[in-house]
Design a protein around this ligand. Sequence first.
Ligand code: PMP
Length: 385
Amino acid sequence: MSDPLARLRRATLRREEAGLRRRLRPRGPDFDGLIDLASNDYLGLSRDPRLVEGAVRAAREWGTGSTGSRLVTGTTELHEELDRRLAAFTGTPAGLVFSSGFLANLGAVTALAGPGTLVVSDQVNHASIVDACRLSRARVVISPHRDVAAVEEALARREEEHALVVTDAVFSVDGDLAPLRELHAAARRHGALLVVDEAHALGVVGEYGQGAAHAAGLAGEPDVVLTLTLSKSLASQGGAVLGAPEVIETLVDVGRSFIFDTGLAPAAAGAALAALDVLAAEPELPARARRQARRIRDMAAGLGLATTPGSPDAAVVPVVLGDPHAAVRAADICFEHGARVGCFRPPSVPPGRACLRLTARASLTEAELTVLEGALQKVRAETGP
Ligand code: PMP
């Protein structure tokens, strides 16, 4: 008999040699004095006393766990309020909170598509969308990145009666935006639903951070469905699907990742509600995050580092190194010089596209940007030609 763990050890060794081992790098509560340019805390709210208080109050009143599926005992007043407030904030008719953004994508795509449906999915969509497509048992066409003509062609040629187009709003590593207006026009021409993952757009894109669909004038369109996470700009945990009442009713009845999952913890709902209050009280936060991202992108480009055109509206800035070993080395250099940055390698990015992922934060200070500049200078000096 073969040793079942030997196969795992060999595969791990191969990943080691290819520079693809991933190691957990625990952090202290204050990021060990390093500047955080790696998290998705775009508005800098994760330590905000108002959010902490929202979480604590919710836990005191409702307990530490939601105690069951949302269909059984896991829906509290807080969940219902959050369903409504997220819908109102994004300009959609109705909302439904899930216990993560990953599960929101799984629920939306699998409930809205199935055998007899075509799903057209952008080639760099988030892993949760990729897995959702696989689980849906629909026919899936992977369209080239941001290629509306290819989406339209797939829709036009289909034999299936129903179709769904699914895309990230802001692509999570390159920080570019999906062409939502054009995708929506194509979807509408061909009777398809458009599902937009607002994970990296909520709280950043749009004048007050209402997301990319809102900014594109698509909020409330009956054939547009939004998914989002509470874990990035809203600095909590959880996810949601937003759309027409028919969509939400369908998810409540048949969305497996909604039905068979425990409802969001009350503390997470309380923190997310408090984050929405902060966004209302400080409407300048999204613009501040976008401004800091533009400064980081200009800084990297000014130093001669390879970045992507991205979007001036996103908070994500990649610095492309190409080789995974070089990306790990660059992340270590940043670490040694005071900045914690993301390091993305295949399969999170395509082969040859390993990169640092720098995320802006509304609360970044001048001093912090200066430290980042010093770190990036060292990266440039060590990795440049
Ligand atoms: N969609 C995108 C584009 C994401 O980047 C993420 C999180 N990395 C998710 C969905 C999943 O959200 P969550 O972390 O809440 O499960």
